[in-house]
Write a protein that binds this ligand. Structure first.
Ligand code: MCA
Ligand code: AMP
Length: 495
């Protein structure tokens, strides 16, 4: 049996999840996930790594379906409830799935795809129905999950992790951050990315702890939950801490005192997925007395670097390699560099993903000949602590903790009738990390960029929509004709 499910059996009547105010025990989660597995198998012995996408908001149903797919030998492909139809269609086509499990709130939304693609829409309710079936033995090396990540290609890539990868990603964090059955965490993150899936829900369920869901981030609701005193842990992206600080700053002194007192009692608060501005770390320390633990990770590797649970958490730094993670910094010739020298992060270890889904060349290019995964992140080792300096590509933007490909947005923007050419960049921003910004090339006068934005919203999720536009007759280019994006960034502040 898959280790995560095997462990659940020993946690029996402990509360595994709180979803829409209702508590669900480990016993119930395990039983329901077995129902899901039996319904999916429908008489077959093993799903044999069939890709099973599911569109379910963070909830008990999400967890039961994820586990059910794994128990039946399928590959779990979580879809994002915030994505428009074309983004979902892309994943369904790329994974060549023949069915998708859908929460009742989203069935009408997906229905057009049933006719267009011939995919079967299976309701969440129907897979939860009571059922039993012999479950297959799943070897740890088998594929377990595909998560889509944006990169230096214009289409997102499917990152395939095995059961062994997932177990390694979870266990290194459980050990480093001392998770235990008494822990209680609030999940406010989307469940189609590693941060929510592995660091929050995965670690909680591995440990016999409780994971409580808020269906969507809301600063007031998060503070209210912190105030209740039931949380021991909290994990979020820097934008969320920024929003929690803003909310707190607008409260009366009495309210501030009460929330600060409650926040100071958690045993650990973690920030990651994007650089944590030192100003936010300091404000949060003033408000809560907590020094945020900043760590570094990537969809392809899980978590790689972490400030210590015990010991100095150094602002502006991401600590050192987690247990089981091998890490090196290399120069342009792939030779390791010394302390205080800038280099690219490369990673090895059991948590590193298996492959990009059906992209052999991209997979090969992502690894060195001797098996190091090339992250594209630039860092320096400074007095024993790693510091992330940036990325080797200007085409990758981090906004609100989401990784966004400028090329993907440009590709779609170019299809708009008023756009002759375009270039997309991320402009620095304290709240969002970077803000997606687009330069449209057009000879026409008076381009209505709000209309362009509305058109884009039909094709891309909200976090990929440019928030700033400029319209120019041409783009800045170097002698080779390549757009000089660092020059372009400056043009957004020109009058
Ligand atoms: C939303 N808005 C934005 C952005 N996103 N504006 C600028 N830039 C953005 N990126 C706008 C919306 O369009 C809307 O404005 C308004 O903000 C509120 O939108 P809403 O969707 O309600 O925003 P939110 O709920 O406040 O979202 C903020 C968020 C969210 C909660 C921080 O971005 C989020 O969940 N981020 C986490 C992503 C994550 O889990 N990443 C982990 C990747 P209007 O009404 O005008 O449209 S995994 C990873 O990176 C690795 C493995 C790692 O290390 O963890
Ligand atoms: P994703 O593809 O969504 O998994 O995003 C992974 C990327 O997020 C990494 O390659 C880094 O560029 C960035 N990242 C994650 N954590 C941090 C951090 N603490 N500081 C700076 N960048 C980070």
């Amino acid at each position: 049996m898959i280790a995560l499910l095997g462990r659940a059996a020993s946690f029996n009547d402990r509360t595994a999840l709180i979803s829409q105010g209702d508590g669900y025990t480990y016993r119930r989660l395990l039983k329901t996930s077995k129902n899901v597995a039996a319904n999916l198998l429908d008489g077959a012995a093993d799903l044999g790594e069939a890709r099973i996408p599911f569109l379910i908001p963070p909830s008990f149903g999400y967890a039961a379906v994820q586990w059910g797919i794994w128990a039946a030998g399928g590959i779990a492909v979580p879809l994002c409830v915030l994505h428009p139809l074309p983004s979902i269609q892309y994943v369904l086509e790329d994974t060549q799935a023949d069915r998708v499990i859908v929460h009742s709130d989203y069935i009408d939304f997906l229905m057009p795809l049933e006719q267009e693609m011939g995919i079967t829409i299976t309701s969440l309710e129907s897979v939860l129905d009571e059922n039993t079936h012999a479950l297959p033995d799943i070897a740890p090396e088998r594929r377990a999950m595909i998560l889509y990540t944006s990169g230096t290609t214009n289409k997102p890539k499917g990152v395939v992790s095995t059961h062994a990868n997932i177990e390694a990603q979870i266990t290194t964090l459980v050990k480093a951050w001392e998770w235990g059955p008494k822990d209680h965490i609030l999940n406010i993150l989307p469940l189609h990315h590693v941060h929510g899936i592995i660091n929050v829900m995965g670690c909680a369920l591995w440990s016999g702890a409780c994971c409580e869901f808020l269906p969507k981030f809301d600063a007031g609701a998060v503070w209210k939950t912190i105030e209740s005193g039931r949380l021991t842990l909290f994990m979020a992206v820097p934008t969320i801490y920024f929003k929690l600080v803003s909310f707190w700053e607008n409260l009366s002194q009495n309210e501030q005192k009460s929330l600060s007192g409650a926040a100071s009692k958690l045993r650990l608060m973690v920030s990651g997925s994007a650089a944590l501005p030192v100003t936010v770390l300091e404000k949060w320390r003033d408000i809560s007395g907590q020094t945020l633990l900043e760590r570094y990770g990537m969809t392809e590797i899980g978590m790689g670097l972490s400030n210590p649970y015990w010991g100095e958490r150094r602002p502006g730094h991401v600590g050192f390699p987690l247990p089981g993670v091998e890490m090196r910094l290399v120069n342009g010739e792939n030779d390791p560099v010394g302390e205080n020298e800038t280099g690219e992060i490369q990673v090895k270890g059991p948590s590193v993903f298996k492959e990009y889904w059906q992209m052999e060349t991209a997979t090969q290019k992502a690894f060195t000949k001797d098996g190091w995964f090339i992250t594209g992140d630039i860092a320096v080792l400074n007095k024993g602590y790693y510091k992330i300096l940036g990325r080797d590509s200007v085409d990758i933007i981090k906004s609100g903790g989401y990784k966004i490909s400028a090329l993907e947005i440009e590709d779609i923007l170019r299809r708009h009738e008023v756009v002759e050419d375009c270039a997309v960049v991320g402009l620095p921003d304290e709240e969002w990390g970077e803000v997606v910004s687009a330069c449209i090339v057009s000879e026409k006068e008076g381009i209505d960029t709000a209309r362009v934005s509305n058109w884009l919203r039909e094709q891309l999720p909200a976090y990929k929509i440019p928030r700033n536009y400029i319209v120019r007759r041409s783009l800045p280019r170097n002698v080779l004709g390549k757009v000089t994006k660092n020059e372009l960034k400056k043009m957004f502040s020109e009058p």
